[in-house]
Unconditional design. Structure first.
Length: 134
């Protein structure tokens, strides 16, 4: 389900993309998706997206996942706007990882980023300034 259900019912809670499929659960399969689902909701005439993840590496995974999910939200918004809901706007993205972690091989890098930030040399923003963390 997904696009079509929101075209026909703006209040639907069934616009879900399931990434985790039965084929991933077979014995010996090591390619197990970290992303479980993306759920699209229209609330207050805004397209919201909730991404649920079983696991998310803060260094590599997060930096690819958030832009990808944002792209999918934009595509869904564009398609819905062009077909039926022309006044629809982009809403919030909610990121819900069960495990958000950093691997040990990245500890030194994280420490260096923190040191630079504390010196005032780092121009990056806090995670909470960029992504809504619930």
């Amino acid at each position: 389900m997904g696009f079509g259900v929101l075209l026909n019912d703006k209040d639907s809670r069934q616009a879900v993309i399931n990434f985790n499929q039965p084929k991933h659960k077979q014995k010996g399969v090591k390619d197990f998706p970290c992303t479980e689902t993306l759920t699209f909701l229209i609330r207050d005439n805004k397209l919201e997206v909730i991404n649920k993840m079983r696991s998310n590496d803060l260094i590599y995974g997060f930096s690819y996942n958030i832009p990808w999910f944002s792209y999918l939200q934009g595509r869904m918004l564009g398609d819905l706007s062009n077909k039926k809901h022309s006044s629809l706007s982009r809403g919030e993205m909610y990121h819900q990882p069960t495990s958000l972690h950093v691997y040990e091989r990245h500890f030194d890098m994280i420490e260096n980023v923190v040191k630079e930030y504390e010196k005032g040399f780092c121009m990056s923003k806090l995670l909470s300034d960029v992504v809504r963390v619930d």
